[in-house]
Design a protein around this ligand. Structure first.
Ligand code: SAM
Length: 297
């Protein structure tokens, strides 16, 4: 297909589900099958294989030991500062559950018994696919799928009042999700603003949880209006309580300088693109001001 052909210039990324195996074992198993996986230098559970490598029918993918997951999609969890300090997290916009299962596996590395993720999904059919992903990952004891609108939930509900980390990966224009050489989908300013308003509301709601300390905000959009400008608005409204912290210092591509966010703040955010051998993506991180690890000027 057109997509396969265009995508073939990007590497194939495979995430090892550490709930079911280890990176070493997965590498050895793939090597036995004639593959030559390389561990990603920034994301230790991610394997890099040559473009076009087809693993979709592979037994380890079918059994949920390996997940075909793009590098960009792994960034929010990989960029979470001091992730080992968190036990309970919410995923505000979870289906199909790639980041949810990555997050649960990561939390379980340091908190094998207590790690728990509350995963919200408002679209029933998508909640079903999320549940399938969770089962496949062997994470039914760690991930609680809540089929509800994150914006409508009671922020004081006992099921998530103890959460200290939130992953917010709301619906977006998807403009970063294009293959090499493919046209970027066209959206009107009004459409992009509608996405941005919803994205802002999701992050703001996550910040309102009573024990929240760290909120990750990401999109697969290339538009500033959905990325840096949403961050600017969040800082304008909540900057007294939340600071934007710098993430992934070894990642070269940074947030774009834009109208309403100072350059030093844009640089704290991360962008991904085909230049990084992955799809267009944006990640930012807010930390509660009284919490530890504040890196603010
Ligand atoms: N994080 C996912 C992953 O890595 O597999 C992808 C998330 S996708 C970009 C956004 C998802 O959030 C969609 O499935 C959408 O239905 C859901 N969503 C959007 N707004 C929501 C809301 N207010 N409450 C709950 N789910 C929402």
């Amino acid at each position: 297909t057109k997509e396969n052909k265009a995508n073939s210039s990007l590497p194939r990324y495979i995430r090892v589900n550490t709930l079911k195996s280890t990176v070493d074992k997965a590498v050895k198993a793939l090597q036995k099958n004639g593959f030559k996986p390389v561990v990603h230098p920034i994301i230790p559970e991610l394997l890099v294989l040559p473009p076009g490598t087809n693993l979709h029918g592979h037994a380890l993918v079918k059994s949920g030991v390996l997940f075909v997951q793009d590098l960009a999609s792994c960034l929010p969890v990989a960029a979470t500062p001091s992730i080992e300090q968190h036990k309970i997290a919410v995923d505000a916009c979870a289906a199909p559950g790639n980041k949810t299962t990555q997050l649960a596996a990561k939390l379980a590395l340091t908190h094998p018994k207590e790690a728990s993720v509350i995963a919200f999904e408002r679209v029933p059919a998508r909640a079903k696919s999320l549940k399938n992903t969770v089962t496949k990952a062997g994470a039914n004891d760690k991930i609680n799928v809540v089929e509800a609108d994150f914006l409508e939930m009671d922020r004081m509900d006992k099921r998530w009042a103890q959460a200290t980390l939130a992953i917010c990966d709301p619906s977006c224009s998807g403009s970063g999700n294009v293959s090499v050489g493919e046209d970027i989908p066209v959206h009107t300013t009004e459409e992009l603003q509608a996405f941005a308003d919803h994205q802002f509301a999701i992050v703001q709601k996550a910040m309102s949880l009573p024990n929240m300390q760290t909120v990750m905000y990401s999109t697969c959009s290339i538009h500033q209006i959905e990325n840096e400008e949403v961050v600017a608005r969040l800082l304008k409204e909540h900057g007294a309580e939340w600071s934007l912290v710098s993430i992934l210092p070894d990642w070269s591509e940074r947030g774009e300088t834009c109208k309403n966010l100072a350059e030093r703040l844009c640089k704290r955010c991360v962008r991904a693109s085909h230049a990084q051998k992955t799809h267009g993506f944006f990640v930012s991180c807010f930390v509660k001001r009284h919490a530890e690890n504040i890196v603010d000027a």
